[in-house]
Write a protein that binds this ligand. Structure first.
Ligand SMILES: *Cc1c(COP(=O)(O)O)cnc(C)c1O
Length: 233
């Protein structure tokens, strides 16, 4: 499939998922995850109107950021070490992987220096897989209370990664749980401002995530391809 075909195909599938679940497509933002593709491909994706770009490592993202800053909106979707925060804050518009107070502290410090506020998704490990980053669901309430000390961080929603399932339908309970966690937090009165967003759904399972209320889907392979895999003999 060509890039243009993929972009069109994903758009159609998203529209179908929105229609099935009675949602409006404008309420679901696609983040094109460009970590497996070149600067040129990323530029083509942005020029085709997909201006939201996701990357998970600064060394790999750097060239794309330099080439596309000012044209694209950058989402940091990878796990973030405290000593790498200085590379990310001020360059990326959103952070999807806030999962501990020591990280919040580092983000706050750099944001303060720059005089900015950073919109963040709180990453939750809903599936409980050892290999996944994120807060345990039970930690979420206390974590959100702890975050209130950081006025340069705007918690705007929750993020999760579902395990890869050969049957995408099997991811539904994960996405449903994330939405429930968000709704419960909003009803608990802990937050000054409700968190409206859910960053969930990847190539394998984005239609299910949309049906369960995703406001941002993070799409790599299915949308922009995987040039690293394609180059393998
Ligand atoms: C790589 C990555 C994606 C996109 O993965 P695909 O399966 O290729 O769509 C989404 N979210 C995160 C956090 C990622 O690291």
């Amino acid at each position: 499939m060509t890039l243009q075909d993929r972009l069109r195909d994903v758009k159609d599938r998203l529209q179908e998922a929105c229609r099935r679940s009675g949602r409006q497509c404008k309420d679901v933002q696609v983040i094109a995850v460009t970590k497996y593709v070149s600067v040129d491909t990323a530029r083509t994706v942005v020029e085709a109107g997909n201006i939201h770009i996701g990357e998970n490592r600064w060394p790999d993202a750097r060239d794309k950021w330099e080439a596309l800053k000012g044209q694209a909106v950058f989402h940091y979707i990878g796990s973030l070490q405290t000593n790498k925060v200085k590379d990310i804050v001020g360059r990326f518009d959103f952070i999807h992987s806030l999962d501990r107070l020591s990280l919040a502290e580092a983000i706050q410090k750099h944001a303060q220096t720059l005089g900015i506020t950073v919109p963040c998704f709180l990453q939750v490990n809903v599936s409980g897989e050892q290999s996944k980053h994120g807060l345990d669901p039970e930690q979420l309430g206390p974590f959100v209370r702890g975050l209130q000390a950081f006025d340069r961080i705007a918690p705007i929603g929750l993020m999760t990664m579902a395990p890869y399932e050969s049957e995408p339908e099997d991811t539904r309970p994960i996405f449903r749980s994330l939405r429930k966690l968000r709704d419960e937090l909003n009803q608990s009165g802990t937050l000054k401002k409700p968190m409206l967003e859910l960053s969930m759904g990847m190539s394998n399972d984005f239609e299910i995530a949309v049906e369960e209320g995703a406001t941002r889907v993070r799409l790599g392979t299915v949308l922009v391809g995987n040039e690293i895999e394609e180059e393998k003999p």
